[in-house]
Design a protein around this ligand. Structure first.
Ligand SMILES: C[C@H](O)CC(=O)SCCNC(=O)CCNC(=O)[C@H](O)C(C)(C)COP(=O)(O)OP(=O)(O)OC[C@H]1O[C@@H](n2cnc3c(N)ncnc32)[C@H](O)[C@@H]1OP(=O)(O)O
Length: 288
């Protein structure tokens, strides 16, 4: 057994709310930290909205929705995480923000063997471990969007993560959450984003160059390759700011031009066109 019963999640955005839902549905007590009461309220609505959708699809009973929601608390003070067995950081993909969080969390957690995990897709885990002062207990645990639906979790130990921490996280992901892990090394992009992000950026470049319409690029990959959604719709789902941040981290690490965010992506992020979460990306989502 992983011995992980009390979980903290930093950030209730797309990924944080999904991870919260997954953990609470597995019967765990979850505290979510947001930056303001307003953001905490939005995170609570996100989790409830997803549970109601699952309920409407017959994936979960109504009584269980209430029980799951009762297992989640939304807070704004990191100190409320003191008694947690595991904290999963799912803040925005910004190295400075994450470093500051790990510095603070390393001090806040009171249990000697408490694990600090990051859902980062591209920031070096070893750096987060170093600033936390408890590097043996720090690793990456990378979920996929939408977390309640996607089966995969990447496990990323750094050079300083202990074997025991990795074993406990593998047990948690497999036995408690019922997800399927793969192991990755601490390199920007890990396994999946190293393959996925250049593909998404290539689709954006193709659209930018006027090769084809967004709809036809997406239909091409859905109908021609059997993907559940096309690359531009998937970019909107992930969030264009997130894709830009991941591409930039990967480019910084490898200097591989395919990872470099194209100008159209920069401009869309500057304009606040972030995809589904902002209501507009390559497609419009108002009222959807
Ligand atoms: C960038 C990051 O670092 C890494 C990433 O996250 S990369 C992104 C990875 N994600 C992807 O590639 C997503 C690709 N897209 C897909 O798989 C699908 O299009 C999708 C799952 C997003 C949506 O599929 P679609 O069929 O249109 O949606 P929907 O019918 O609402 O839901 C799909 C299934 O999930 C279920 N579901 C939805 N919400 C749920 C929830 N909260 N809990 C449980 N099940 C849920 C639905 O009931 C449905 O199940 P069914 O097929 O048995 O009825």
């Amino acid at each position: 057994m992983s011995g992980i019963d009390k979980v903290g999640v930093i950030g209730g955005g797309l990924m944080g709310s999904g991870i919260t839902e997954v953990a609470a549905r597995a019967g765990l007590d979850v505290v979510v930290i947001e930056i303001s009461p307003e953001a905490a309220k939005a995170a609570a609505e996100r989790v409830e909205g997803s549970l109601r959708k699952a309920e409407s699809r017959g994936k979960i009973e109504s009584a269980e929705v209430t029980a799951v929601l009762d297992r989640i608390r939304f807070e704004t003070d990191l100190e409320t995480l003191a008694d947690r067995d595991l904290v999963v950081e799912a803040a925005s993909e910004d190295e400075q923000i994450k470093l500051e969080l790990f510095r603070t969390l390393g001090r806040v957690l009171t249990k000697d063997d408490a694990i600090l995990a990051s859902n980062t897709s591209s920031i070096p885990i070893v750096k987060l471990g170093a600033v936390s002062g408890r590097a043996h207990h720090v690793m990456g645990v990378h979920f996929f969007n939408p977390a309640p639906v996607m089966q995969l979790v990447e496990l990323i130990p750094s050079l300083t993560t202990s074997a025991e921490t990795l074993d406990r996280m593998r047990g948690w992901v497999t036995d408690t959450l019922g997800k399927q892990p793969i192991d990755a090394t601490d390199r920007a992009g890990f396994v999946v984003n190293s393959l996925l992000v250049p593909y998404l950026l290539s689709a954006i470049r193709m659209y930018e160059a006027g090769y084809a319409s967004a709809e036809d690029i997406d239909r091409g990959m859905v109908l021609g390759c059997g993907h559940p959604m096309g690359p531009l719709a998937l970019s909107d789902l992930i969030g264009l700011d997130t894709i830009k941040a991941i591409g930039k981290s990967m480019y910084d690490e490898f200097k591989e031009p395919l990872y470099s965010p194209p100008p159209l992506l920069d401009r869309m992020v500057d304009a606040g066109l972030l995809g589904k979460k902002s209501g507009q990306g390559f497609y419009g989502y108002e009222g959807r």
